[in-house]
Design a protein around this ligand. Structure first.
Ligand code: NAD
Length: 473
């Protein structure tokens, strides 16, 4: 008997083979329906995301709903142009002939999404995939169950069930889906699972997009406006309680600015969340106990640590300059700033993915660039410096998925900017045209009339006059 995943895959494959997802009018209608689905159900969506991780509704609107709507508004009027034939000049030897490229759908694509932006990271890849004319199977994260359930309820009501499906489930479901011969797999999540996904896709030689994580560094020097830098870094780090893939993960500050910056980040936290961030309706919670324990284990002197059943403090994780309190029952970790951190300690080895920010000192920009390049490629790197040579150094020599001067997270907001990691932080690109092309196969087409048969000059035997002509051409 076929399992659920095989049945759904076969159903979508039939839909694609029948050409349901190909017409541009169908694609436009689906994108309009998705926008309507989100508009009609905005309140249910913000409630579901809040139930999953205590995310403030305003943050879901700003960072998920608005960004998704922006992507739809950007992609829909442009996809016709991107999908059109693009004519190219044919080489002389081939003349008379016409050549062009044509972006065509890949087929049936699988989107596997994570829990931290459970709406955006499920639907934004779907926008690009549908715009490119594919049938789509979405597997949302089981760790955001309310949002997953809501997507499973709404998507079939608003989008064409012959070509779009949602399959809820955990790693087992994802594994069974990955055993199907999808035409593209788009995965967002950790690098550990990214390797499993790539391995499974390799069995079918299926192309993959991997949107992974990693430690996104920030460099700050004395030429910058420290107060503004501190606010922006604190905003990027502590939004969604630090559970953002492109959040500033640690700061490298020059010695002239490190102390002031640390103090200003503390002030910014107070400004954003008040004296007790736990009571703030603008501050989210950690997704689950496992993540909570991992995070508390990264703190230098965790309250209650060392007692049975509680995480042990890590060596070298420095000193708490700000924050540090936490409550397991409430999955609350206070926005925390660490100083005097050993660069080889646990908090500097793994992606933090929570509201903890180490501030390290580094002598200068050259040493900072070397430090970053000696570690796995980050998803983003942020630079707060007014010095043009420092900016040029980062732009020219730091290997990173994206670069932000004076602004964390900014590149997420524009559908004109491709979004991608680099090696450890990911493979492949999406958003806007880059996303459309990621889900397309760009086919090269050549067309030559049969008469006159000018190709005769290329046929054997290769006589002397032909050889001379080849050389000439
Ligand atoms: P997660 O645990 O929700 O996993 C992501 C998806 O992978 C889920 O749908 C899950 O069911 C599936 N999965 C889990 N185990 C699997 C397996 N063995 N085989 C196949 N699929 C499996 O999310 P996570 O991985 O904890 O997400 C956090 C990570 O994602 C962080 O590293 C973060 O930086 C990264 N991230 C990256 C981006 C980006 O756009 N680059 C965005 C968000 C998160």
């Amino acid at each position: 008997m076929n399992d659920r995943e095989t049945v759904i895959f076969t159903h979508l494959r039939n839909g694609f083979d029948r050409g349901i997802s190909r017409p541009l009018s169908w694609r436009a209608y689906q994108l309009d329906s998705m926008a309507r689905m989100v508009r009609d159900n905005a309140e249910r969506i913000t409630r579901a995301v809040h139930a999953d991780m205590g995310k403030p509704p305003a943050e879901t609107v700003l960072m998920e709903i608005d960004m998704l709507m922006h992507e739809i508004r950007f992609v829909k009027p442009r996809m016709r142009m991107w999908a059109a034939r693009h004519h190219k000049a044919a080489p002389i030897l081939m003349q008379p002939a016409r050549t062009w490229t044509h972006a065509r759908p890949q087929g049936v694509v699988l989107v596997i999404s994570p829990w931290n932006y459970p709406l955006l990271l499920s639907l934004q890849p779907m926008v690009d995939a549908i715009a490119a004319g594919n049938c789509v199977c979405l597997k949302p994260s089981e760790l955001a169950p309310q949002t997953s359930r809501l997507l499973a309820e709404l998507v079939p009501r608003y989008l064409d069930p012959r070509a779009v499906a949602v399959v809820e489930g955990d790693a087992g479901t994802a594994t069974r889906l990955l055993s199907q011969s999808f035409d593209h797999v788009f995965y967002t999540g950790s690098g550990r699972v990214g390797k499993i996904v790539m391995h499974a896709a390799a069995e079918h030689l299926t192309p993959v997009t991997l949107e992974l994580g990693g430690k996104s560094p920030v460099f700050v020097d004395g030429s910058t406006n420290v107060r503004v830098a501190a606010r922006r870094i604190a905003w990027g780090r502590f939004i969604n309680a630090g559970q953002t893939c492109v959040a500033p993960d640690y700061v490298l500050a020059t010695p002239d600015v490190a102390d002031e910056l640390t103090k200003e980040i503390g002030r910014a936290i107070r400004m954003f969340f008040g004296a007790d961030p736990r009571a703030s309706s603008s501050y989210a919670r950690i997704i689950n106990v496992r993540q909570f324990d991992r995070l508390v284990g990264l703190l230098p002197r965790a309250e209650g640590s060392g007692t049975p059943g509680k995480p042990k403090p890590q060596e070298g994780c420095g000193r708490i300059a700000f924050g540090g309190s936490h409550d397991r029952d409430d999955l609350y970790v206070e926005p925390t700033v660490l100083t005097e951190v050993d660069p080889d300690s646990a908090v500097m080895r793994e992606e933090i993915f929570g509201p903890i920010l180490p501030v390290l000192t580094i002598p200068d920009a050259v040493r900072a660039a070397r430090f970053i390049n000696s570690r796995p490629h980050p998803l983003s790197t942020y630079v707060f410096s007014r010095n043009p040579r420092t900016r040029a150094l980062f732009e020219d020599s730091v290997a990173t998925g994206a670069l932000g001067f004076g602004l964390p997270l900014g590149h997420l907001a524009s559908s004109r900017l491709p979004f991608s990691g680099m090696k450890d932080s990911g493979l492949g690109t999406y958003h806007g045209k880059a996303g459309f092309l990621e889900f397309s196969h760009v086919t090269s087409v050549t067309s030559k009339p049969g008469v006159p048969d000018t190709l005769r000059i290329a046929y054997p035997p290769y006589t002397d006059p032909k050889r001379r002509l080849f050389r000439l051409l």
